[in-house]
Design a protein around this ligand. Structure first.
Ligand code: ZN
Length: 91
């Protein structure tokens, strides 16, 4: 099932705008709060994602795909840690 965060008209519009800007040869800026690259510029030939805030509901803007996916992975990891500690308390 697709992630509902990526199925909103806002997300689609932001992604399309970013891709169109890249198609025109424009450089974008990474909006991920914790950018993992050397600088925040996104070259026209670099994979781009659209970053969300931590709640997953507010679109921040274009981000390096690498930064965006890494952040999501950390969040999933945190969630898993929280879930297992809750389970231990229940037992
Ligand atoms: Zn970045």
């Amino acid at each position: 099932m697709p992630d509902p965060r990526y199925a909103t008209p806002e997300y689609r519009a932001a992604y399309k705008a970013a891709r169109q800007a890249q198609a025109r040869g424009q450089w974008l800026e990474c909006h991920q709060p914790a950018c993992l690259m050397d600088d925040r510029t996104i070259a026209p030939d670099q994979p781009v994602d659209i970053a969300h805030d931590d709640s997953g509901t507010v679109i921040l803007g274009p981000a390096h795909r690498y930064c965006n996916r890494a952040d999501g992975g950390r969040r999933r990891h945190l969630l898993a840690a929280t879930t297992s500690s809750v389970r231990r308390r229940v037992l």
